[in-house]
Design a protein around this ligand. Structure first.
Ligand SMILES: *Cc1c(COP(=O)(O)O)cnc(C)c1O
Length: 368
């Protein structure tokens, strides 16, 4: 293993390819695959990831905000890009970059239509989002006729797709609710198609949806977390490969006497002779304060070293009393060998949050 010499996030594009192929194998043939690359491709490197996904023949990409889509276009990405949560203030920019908006309310639809008209667009492709139970974004089922009415007698925009999002696709205990959402979506799409005279592309499933409700793949699926190597279930995690590996290095070792403290607020108090190591990585790099206090493990020479005391902005301290290590040695935070999901769980959160928190200050190394 090469020594990083500083904090680095290794991004393994062959792992991405493996995960892409695995997820595609779980979706019936002929169904389009949308790869979600929002939030810097789940905290990794949006451009490197998007380029590989385009090579792999992903049908679509999705981002949350317009600005993210603009970055993709600037980098030369040509495939369709869905913007999941656009704001009207960016609609001109969105059209100038041939991004496709998810329109989620009468206000947003009306403003997008006005912008498309003002910019002389013809049949500009849009996705209409329906709320089927997540209660976050979307039109309601009884809005279908209004949506279609708002779009009659105009040529500026065209409904290319209709989407919804599951609230608990990873949770087997909520399978009944997910099934209800799927039924609602089916009904909405049917109503919509009968009023439009054609069936738009329907898409509903996220990663756990693909794995747990393949019967609802419709014409397209949307996957994010699975592409990055996490499947919200140990059995799926075993089939996937983490794309991002966070590594750092020991800056300094300290011998701590009994009764001494370590770090801010003296949170850690030594009960004996201990050895600590200080690492160049802190909450400004994305390792939040919830990982302090001794419950979260990092790995030195294949051995467990707990993060002790309070996490600082630019440093954490770990206990290496029983580990034969020296300054300059590599430390593994999470990734290929040690799951970001396990790391997340010790901080009461999920892989999504740990991955997307890794700040831009951390050096990215792309491995193809
Ligand atoms: C983020 C997001 C996804 C991706 O979900 P994963 O669980 O990461 O696969 C899909 N659809 C929508 C609407 C999203 O916001």
């Amino acid at each position: 293993m090469n020594k990083p010499g500083e904090t680095t996030l290794e991004i393994d594009l062959s792992a991405l390819e493996h995960n892409f192929n695995y997820l595609k194998s779980r979706v019936p043939n002929g169904i389009k695959f949308l790869a979600v690359v929002k939030a810097f491709a789940y905290g990794s490197d949006m451009i490197a990831i998007a380029k590989r996904l385009e090579q792999l023949k992903a049908d679509y990409l999705a981002v949350a905000y317009t600005k993210e889509g603009v970055s993709l276009r600037k980098a030369g990405i040509q495939i369709p890009i869905l913007v999941l949560h656009p704001q009207p203030t960016n609609f001109e920019l969105l059209i100038d970059n041939t991004l496709e908006p998810s329109l989620y309310s009468p206000r947003v639809l009306q403003l997008f239509l006005a912008t498309a008209k003002a910019k002389d667009q013809e049949h500009y492709p849009v996705h209409i989002k329906f709320n089927t139970g997540l209660n976050r974004l979307g039109f309601w089922e009884n809005d279908v006729a209004d949506v279609v009415n708002q779009l009659t007698n105009q040529q500026s925009i065209k409904i290319k797709a209709v989407l919804s999002h599951l609230a608990a696709s990873e949770d087997k205990n909520e399978a009944e609710f997910s099934t209800l959402q799927i039924q609602r979506f089916r009904t909405i799409a049917k109503k919509l198609s009968s009023l439009l005279g054609y069936m738009p592309i329907r898409h509903m499933l996220n990663t756990s949806g693909i794995l747990n409700f393949p019967e609802a793949a419709f014409e397209m699926v949307r996957s994010g977390i699975g592409l990055y190597g996490y499947g919200n279930h140990p059995e799926i995690d075993a089939k996937l490969k983490p794309v991002a590996t966070l590594k750092t290095v020991i800056s300094q070792r300290h011998k701590i006497e009994p009764g001494e403290s370590v770090g801010y607020n003296r949170r850690y108090k030594s009960d004996g002779y201990r050895v600590t190591a200080t690492l160049p990585l802190g909450h400004a790099d994305g390792i939040g304060r919830q990982y302090g206090g001794g419950n979260t493990i990092v790995w030195v020479k294949g051995k467990k070293a707990p993060i002790i005391g309070n996490v600082c902005m630019d440093m954490i301290m770990i206990d290496v009393t029983d580990i034969d290590c020296k300054e300059g040695d590599e430390v593994l935070i999470f990734g290929r060998e040690h799951s970001a999901e396990d790391f997340a769980n010790t901080g009461d959160t999920i892989s999504y949050e740990v991955l997307t928190a890794i700040s831009s200050r951390v050096k990215r190394i792309i491995k193809s």
